[in-house]
Design a protein around this ligand. Structure first.
Ligand code: ATP
Ligand code: MG
Length: 430
């Protein structure tokens, strides 16, 4: 029989890796909450229409990357390829945007049928934030400062910020015409995808990674020259805020986003430690989207941060999973029951405890205890049970084992955990 394998582009995150994920996610969560963002949890499946109407039918995502199928009721539904559309759908549905402003964030898996490669998977994960109800540019700048703080929390100092403005719809349409006019005379120099996009989504050509296309774009008109004065003021003020925050940035007039719903501010954070897929976080303003999905018009801005790429950046800087404090070694069924109850009491006090389950001689159990990385073994057999004692045996460092009365186990374990922690600290400082 062939062995079952995970689906191409969908990765298992094993326990050692999950510890790094938790570390990165926890840092991001703390930062988001420090700025007043609150978590929203959304379904992984939405009606296909939610994405078609927001992201745009001509985009790569909706056109060829989405996992779409007909369910048993005959409805077309899709696995979410990103979080903004569902978040806006939920906000409208529950009246969250009615006369209120919202700072929202979410975590979770997204699905796109792309060609799997380093930093590009078919199930991947994002941390996303959306600020709905503010016109900016102050909130745009705050959102960028928030991301900068996530990098600082994780000691990532090489991620660089690029910003651009796409202007309002009118400015963008004007620019689109200029760009199409410019590129039409150079169509033969473009890669095939870009030739197609010339008719469907010309702005996206600016984002092409193809070298020939990039050369053809060398003298292309800049979108910044097409901005209306309001958009220009917005962009200028955003830059003043960023300077005041001391956040370095580069204005890149070629920066566009793959999704249709962006306007005004767009930004991207990239690292050259990630190979070809260097963008860790991308976002921007999407003032038209709430109305487009059937709500009253409200301005909004957000970002999405790719957790796989973030984890790749932080993976060197993080310790492995936390070891248990104690491993409970028990001999005989009465001692097993008493030991498992004692385990509960130690956990009540905040310790991490693994209780041996199943068969095992004392030698075998102590071997497991050592392998678990626990600081101490707590040993309980029939003799100990009869006399109300326990043996607490340090598994790291030089300390000798002690026999204590059961009510004193917590104190004994905590004392040993304290000393062996400081020894580990010394080792890691070395
Ligand atoms: P890219 O240009 O890398 O395809 P995108 O413009 O499609 O990115 P967004 O939709 O803006 O990406 O998603 C935001 C972030 O989510 C990206 O910057 C990236 O970190 C991450 N991301 C997007 N697609 C994938 C994927 N297939 N696998 C892993 N991470 C992804
Ligand atoms: Mg993409």
């Amino acid at each position: 029989m062939t062995r079952l394998q995970s689906i191409k582009g969908m990765k298992d995150i094993l326990p050692a890796g999950a510890a790094i994920w938790q570390h990165a996610e926890y840092a991001a969560r703390r930062v988001l909450e420090a700025y007043g963002y609150r978590e929203i949890r959304l379904p992984l499946l939405e009606k296909t229409e939610v994405f078609a109407r927001s992201i745009g039918t001509q985009t790569d995502i909706v056109g060829k990357e989405m996992y779409t199928f007909t369910d048993r009721d005959g409805d077309s539904i899709s696995l979410r390829p990103e979080g903004t559309a569902g978040c806006v759908r939920a906000g409208i549905q529950h009246g969250l945007f009615h006369k209120q402003q919202q700072r929202l964030y979410y975590f979770g898996p997204m699905f796109r049928h792309e060609r799997p490669q380093r930093g590009r998977h078919r199930q991947f994960h994002q941390i996303g934030a959306e600020a709905v109800g503010w016109e900016g540019p102050d909130i745009d700048a705050e959102l960028i400062a928030l991301v900068a703080r996530i990098w600082r929390e994780l000691n990532l100092d090489e991620i660089v910020l690029e910003i651009n403005s796409l202007g309002d719809l009118e400015a963008r349409n004007k620019y689109r015409e200029k760009l199409v006019e410019f590129l039409s005379t150079r169509a033969s120099q473009l890669d095939k995808d870009s030739q197609h996009r010339l008719r469907t989504n010309p702005l996206r050509i600016l984002d092409s990674k193809d070298e020939k296309t990039r050369n053809a774009l060398a003298d292309a008109p800049s979108i910044l020259d097409s901005l209306d004065s309001k958009s220009r003021d917005h962009f200028e003020s955003l830059q003043q805020h960023l300077r005041a925050f001391g956040i370095p940035f580069r204005v890149n007039p070629r920066l566009v986003r793959g999704l249709d719903y962006y306007s005004l501010t767009v930004f991207e954070w990239t690292s050259d430690r990630l190979g070809a897929q260097g963008t860790v976080c991308a976002g921007g303003r999407y003032d038209g989207l709430v109305e487009q999905l059937g709500g009253k018009p409200v301005p909004a801005v957000g970002f999405a941060l790719g957790i796989e790429r973030l984890v790749e950046l932080v993976s060197n800087a993080v310790k492995g999973p936390e070891n248990p404090d104690a491993y409970m070694v028990t001999l005989g069924s009465a001692a097993r029951r008493a030991g498992m109850v004692l385990g509960e009491e130690l956990r009540d006090a905040g310790l991490r405890v693994v209780c041996h389950c199943g068969e095992g001689s004392i030698k075998n159990q102590l071997k497991r205890a050592d392998k678990s990385g626990a600081h101490v073994a707590v040993i309980l057999g029939d003799d100990e049970l009869a006399s109300g004692n326990c043996i607490v045996k340090p598994l790291r460092g030089e300390n000798k084992q002690v026999t204590v009365q059961q009510p004193d186990v917590l104190a004994a374990v905590s004392a040993f955990v304290g000393t062996s922690n400081s020894e580990t600290d010394k080792e890691t400082n070395r």
